[in-house]
Ligand binder design. Structure first.
Ligand code: ADP
Ligand code: MG
Length: 410
């Protein structure tokens, strides 16, 4: 079902269309109608599945439909989040989605001028986003009265527990009205989370989206066995086969990033690198160009790409496998976000096979193997040489077989 068929306010349909959100994601499809009907929910879904809009869409719609604010009701909905960054990110989502509504959203975070925000809070807002710690502080100082709230949202509940907010949240329970709608979102679930959830929600609808597989089903990922020295020819081939796509290439080190960049330059493929040796300003500029599509191929290390949220990355290539298994999921999670589909391919050399095994253990399942016929393999090398570049032997000497670091385990 498309969003334009939903029972949500027209102002929201307009902004959804502008944002290019046509269909709900799985978690949105299952949560939105339940929330609109007034149910508490307990929703578990992996990262990148669109949990923010899963609660923001119905909340905005309900708040817009009932604009009446009772005296002493200085906030209608509280969204608890684990970090300041997330508070700002979610505030933005509310502002974008609520662009044509009268909904007032603020996030209260530490480290910024608090007076203007408190003034706003005094006058009354619809949605307040903050960490449990900050909310506790506001309540104790008398700036915030929770007794009249209608909605309570906990986002990234697992992350909040990891950050030690369990006591704060439990403590806040006594200030909350019994009659309220509670929406509880988490990427993972375990006994602690369940314990917290059931202390907050009442008769919830439980929604769980394939939590066993940490990789989003929108990402089609496979592994190809390629010798270390031949990786660049395969990269060349993939890049030439997808000339117009936005592609993110992951390598193990900064040095390798620059080497791959040079190798591609020699076969007339324009790429750009992103790694920790570059100035922060350069890094922002590179990212901006990649976002805008001025750069099609970005060669990055794990560190530099952490938290990267670029729209429309169609391909992720693991030129090298990551040192830490979990990073495999973070890397390929850069594509296939929201309702988009994504592709990922990993080049695995003989030396990297133990890492592959670790990744598969982490995923609890094998990664599909993209089989390359011997003729195809040779053809890939030949195509490159047909280019008239006899740089293969030159580079081969220069590039020592990289030693694999001992894996750090968390
Ligand atoms: P999560 O909290 O589950 O990790 P987010 O809420 O941050 O995921 O959403 C991930 C990305 O998906 C965001 O960039 C968001 O804009 C996009 N997105 C969410 N819902 C939709 C949708 N229905 N259609 C298209 N894109 C969507
Ligand atoms: Mg989220």
């Amino acid at each position: 079902m498309k969003f334009n068929k939903y029972h949500i306010v027209p102002e929201l349909k307009k902004s959804l269309e502008e944002l290019g959100f046509k269909k709900p994601t799985d978690i949105q499809f299952k949560s939105i109608p339940q929330i609109l009907s007034g149910q508490d929910i307990l929703a578990i879904a992996q990262t990148g599945t669109g949990k923010t809009a899963a609660f923001a869409i119905p909340l905005i719609s309900m708040l817009q439909q009932n604009k009446h604010r009772e005296p002493e009701q200085n906030v209608k909905a509280i969204v608890m989040v684990p970090t300041r960054e997330l508070a700002l990110q979610i505030e933005n989502v509310f502002k974008e989605l609520g662009k044509y509504t009268d909904i007032e959203t603020i996030s209260l975070i530490g480290g910024v001028e608090i007076e203007p925000q408190l003034k706003k809070l005094e006058q009354g807002v619809d949605v307040l986003i903050a960490t449990p710690g900050r909310i506790t502080d506001l309540v104790h100082k008398g700036h915030l009265n929770l007794k009249k709230i209608d909605f309570l949202v906990l986002d990234e509940a697992d992350h909040m527990l990891n950050k030690g907010f369990y006591q704060d949240i439990k403590h806040l329970l006594q200030f909350l009205p019994r009659r309220r709608q509670t929406l509880f979102f988490s990427a993972t679930i375990d006994e602690n989370i369940k314990d917290l959830a059931y202390a907050l929600v009442s008769k919830p609808v439980r929604i769980q989206i394939s939590p066993k597989d940490p990789v989003s089903k929108n990402v089609d990922h496979s592994v190809a066995y390629v010798a270390m020295d031949d990786k660049r020819f395969f990269l060349e081939r993939v890049l030439k086969e997808h000339p117009d796509q936005k592609i993110l290439v992951f390598v193990r080190t900064k040095v390798r990033a620059e080497r791959v960049f040079k190798a591609m330059e020699r076969v007339d493929i324009k790429t750009t690198t992103l790694h920790g040796d570059k100035e922060q300003e350069d890094r922002f500029a590179v990212l901006e160009d990649f976002r805008e599509g001025k750069i099609k191929v970005l060669i990055a290390t794990d560190i530099s790409a952490r938290g990267l949220d670029v729209k429309g990355v169609e391909y992720v290539i693991n030129y090298d496998l990551p040192d830490v298994a979990e990073n495999y999921v973070h890397r390929i999670g850069r594509t296939g976000r929201g309702n988009n589909r994504g592709n990922a391919i990993s080049f695995c050399s003989e030396e990297e096979k133990p890492i592959l095994q670790e990744i598969e253990t982490y995923l609890t399942q094998p990664i599909r193997i993209m089989s390359i016929l011997k003729t195809e393999y040779e053809e890939t090398l030949a195509i490159s040489e047909a280019h008239g570049n006899d740089w293969r032997s030159l580079i081969k000497e220069a590039e020592e077989a990289p030693k694999l670091k001992k894996k750090k385990r968390k």
